[in-house]
Design a protein. Structure first.
Length: 427
């Protein structure tokens, strides 16, 4: 891991490069992604299956794309009881948290006018679950349960096919979460199928869930054709640590995110030069023996940076500049800094809050904005599965009170018909 201090000439350029990471993401793969999407729009199932064979090395017929109820029942025979219990425990925690996010329809009276908002669920949502380098039943729960809580009637899951069938943990998580349709389709072709619809997969109104660079780019390109939650992936973590932080914990947290993907990015900002050095040494030692050592080592070697600064104020400035997906505050009195950090997908506060607790069983959603998009995107929530429509009701008496102002504003903007639509009520 590269260490830079605030006095180094490389400090500002390095920080700017990290902060600008999202701008370049997707540009290198945009052309092939567009080609795949166009082919799926024109060719439907045939194109989806062609790309599935090309990229996933799995040959399917159209009637094999959809997972059957029998396959879901069979999946329960392939896991241990305690594993099913863990999935149900996590599901209960996630559901309880997202129930608290409910927004209700509301109205109020302004004179004799009635104003307000009506909240309705989205009709159909596509949930994308990655499946290339790991199995993510937790992502199934995190993406589908808020949709169920919001009242979405059609929840469609797509995940890359495996030669032995869809992983049983994914099928069981989908069953627990209330997914209504499951398709063994992944990658850009799955995003295209969900957005455009094919002969087998009916289109959805919104696509949620994380993915690799190709999937994230496809979602970004299709925004407008279909709704999306955010740009989610690859994973990121920034640890802010003071002199009291334990280097072993810091190193373990960094590797917790680095093992996701070779493109994952992790950073440390600390006020302690000695902690920085010790954490770097421990990252190297803890890497050895990890099941995903090669992946984590590539991630750390390509992207990780340690920033050493003199004060916590400057550490917070660095955190706001980076706008990380996950932000760990391993400091004394972490709540004192909470309101000063403006940009992060999720906060992990204190010495005993590893990022993994929120990845699985805390309850808050782990689908979070990446690539510095935490500056304007939020964590996945029940709000991503609902729409808010405004309610306006005027009586003739109330309209008469405001029509002169309405007419003047319409005339200022040069919209004569706007003015006449109000005047016509009194002709």
């Amino acid at each position: 891991m590269k260490i830079v201090t605030s006095t180094d000439r490389a400090f500002v350029p390095t920080l700017k490069k990290v902060a600008a990471r999202g701008r370049a993401q997707g540009s290198a793969v945009e052309k092939p992604v567009k080609t795949i999407l166009q082919a799926v729009e024109r060719g439907g199932d045939k194109a989806v299956l062609r790309f599935t064979k090309q990229f996933d090395k799995v040959s399917l017929a159209p009637d094999q794309m959809k997972v059957t109820p029998e396959e879901i029942k069979e999946a329960y025979y392939h896991i241990r009881k305690e594993e099913g219990d863990a999935l149900r425990f996590a599901a209960q925690r996630i559901e309880a948290f997202h129930e608290r996010q409910r927004t209700k329809t509301w109205m109020y009276q302004d004179g004799s006018a009635t104003l307000g908002q009506v909240v309705t669920p989205i009709d159909a949502v596509g949930v994308y679950v990655p499946g290339g380098k790991a199995v993510y039943p937790s992502t199934v729960l995190m993406s589908a349960i808020p949709a169920k809580v919001a009242g979405v009637h059609r929840i469609v899951m797509c995940t890359p096919p495996q030669k032995g069938g869809v992983n049983p943990y994914l099928l069981i998580a989908a069953d627990i979460a209330g997914v209504t349709e499951i398709y063994r389709v992944g990658g850009v072709q799955a995003i295209g199928a969900l957005a455009f619809g094919t002969q087998t997969i009916a289109r959805v109104d919104k696509i949620v869930g994380p993915g690799n660079l190709y999937v994230a780019t496809a979602k970004r390109i299709l925004y407008g054709t279909v709704g999306i939650d955010m740009v989610a992936g690859p994973s990121e973590l920034l640890v802010v640590a003071d002199e009291g932080a334990k280097p072993a914990h810091v190193a373990a947290d960094l590797l917790c995110e680095a093992e996701h993907d070779e493109e994952a990015q992790v950073w440390l900002v600390t006020t302690s030069a000695s902690l920085a050095k010790e954490a770097v040494d421990l990252v190297e030692r803890q890497l050895k023996g990890l099941q995903r050592e090669k992946i984590a080592r590539k991630s750390v070697g390509r992207y990780s940076v340690v920033f050493v600064v003199p004060t916590m104020d400057e550490a917070i400035d660095v955190a706001n500049e980076i706008a990380a997906e996950h932000l760990t505050l391993s400091v004394d009195e972490p709540f004192d800094y909470l309101e000063r950090i403006r940009h992060a997908g999720a906060f992990f506060l204190g010495r005993y809050t590893p990022p993994s607790v929120a990845d699985y069983i805390a309850g808050p959603n782990h689908v979070l904005p990446t690539g510095a998009t935490a500056r304007f995107f939020s964590a996945l929530s029940i709000h991503d599965y609902t729409k808010i429509s405004n309610i306006v009701h005027y009586t003739k008496e109330e309209l008469s009170k405001v029509k002169d102002h309405l007419i003047r504003l319409a005339q200022i903007e040069g919209f004569d018909a706007h003015a006449k639509s109000a005047q016509s009520r009194f002709s």
